[in-house]
Design a binder for this molecule. Structure first.
Ligand code: IYR
Length: 225
């Protein structure tokens, strides 16, 4: 479709999809159905992820909207057995403390149905770990530049990463072995980056089990005004 006007300086005309109304309805239902099949997985197969898939998933996450389009995120992809082992050891050290005193009784009770504990074998078994870093500011040649709405931006990118992983037919877990600081140290990340989430990614183990959970009904999460 050709436009008669010129776009304003620094802009271009947006090219919409132009789906029919029926297509919009169908696509929305289809995408819900697809994402409703997503579950957090803690039991992984060691099967390799096909070439190029992680790159596509990270590129998808990096399309997320961000404050002033600063894209204040960085994705560290760990596939080396040696580094996965070091991360597992450091994570288990933190998790041991979490499960033995740092988490409240109420918190431990809330986690009972997930049957989790301080041991994290998936950190070595999964073929890859993606560690998302948030960039609290940007380091430029002129010095420090500000980033905006960093938590919101990186949270949205993380959601898009998880959706892309699921869409590809892979599984993941949003793992938070808090405090996460050991990851910045192990991976030698710069001062302006703080670890945000750790996601093992791969195929599920044939024996993988997930807890019986219900999602909230629409009326509990939405109201029209
Ligand atoms: N980080 C711990 C504990 C944990 C916390 C929450 I909130 C969960 O939803 C699940 C686990 C762990 O990964 O075991």
């Amino acid at each position: 479709m050709s436009k008669t006007n010129q776009p304003k300086e620094g802009f271009k005309f947006f090219e919409p999809n132009n789906f029919s109304e029926d297509q919009v309805i169908y696509r929305s239902a289809q995408f819900f159905h697809e994402l409703n099949g997503r579950r957090s997985i803690r039991e992984f197969s060691d099967k390799k992820i096909p070439e190029g898939v992680i790159e596509n998933i990270v590129k998808t996450a990096s399309t997320a909207p961000s404050g002033a389009h600063k894209q204040p995120w960085f994705f560290a992809v760990v596939t080396s057995a040696e580094m996965k082992k070091r991360i597992r050891e450091a994570a288990e050290k933190e998790e041991y403390e979490n499960y033995h005193g740092r988490m409240s009784e109420e918190w431990l009770k809330d986690l009972e149905k997930f049957d989790t504990n301080w041991k994290k074998p998936f950190l070595e078994i999964a073929p890859a770990l993606i560690i998302i870093f948030k960039q609290t500011y940007e380091e430029t040649f002129e010095g420090k530049a500000k980033n905006y709405y960093v938590n919101e931006s990186v949270g949205i990118a993380a959601g898009m990463l998880i959706s892309a992983i699921h869409h590809a037919g892979l599984v993941t877990l949003t793992h938070t072995p808090s405090p996460l600081n050991f990851l910045a140290e192990l991976l030698g990340r710069p001062q302006n980056e703080k670890p945000y989430l750790l996601l093992p990614i791969g195929f599920p183990s044939k024996e993988a089990q997930v807890p019986l959970l219900e999602r909230k009904a629409l009326a509990e999460v939405m109201k029209e005004y």
